[in-house]
Design a protein around this ligand. Structure first.
Ligand SMILES: [Zn+2]
Length: 94
């Protein structure tokens, strides 16, 4: 009764999908959350500018995105005070 994987030859679909917003050189290096482009704490000033542009007119979405990143960073950077991380990830978007 265990069928369903027979047609799956391990092939990868040939269509490649590029996700908008993932082309930045200023992405985070995990789990230390420094910028891959300039070495500053992520999100660096360049990435903040890019995020503002990418989420232009969608401030709530930007807040949700950064809130999710903050949750991840809080797990990785558990030695940093929560208020420092909050300011770093969310304090600049207002
Ligand atoms: Zn950077």
């Amino acid at each position: 009764m265990v069928k369903g994987r027979a047609a799956d030859n391990g092939r990868v679909p040939s269509t490649s999908v590029r996700v908008r917003g993932c082309m930045s050189a200023h992405g985070p290096v995990l789990p230390i959350w420094v910028c891959a482009g300039c070495g500053l704490p992520w999100p660096c000033p360049v990435r903040r500018r890019e995020l503002r542009a990418e989420f232009s007119g969608r401030g709530a979405s930007l807040g949700l995105y950064l809130g999710a990143q903050l949750v991840r960073a809080t797990e990785d950077l558990h030695w940093l005070p929560a208020e420092v991380l909050h300011r770093r990830f969310l304090g600049w978007i207002r």
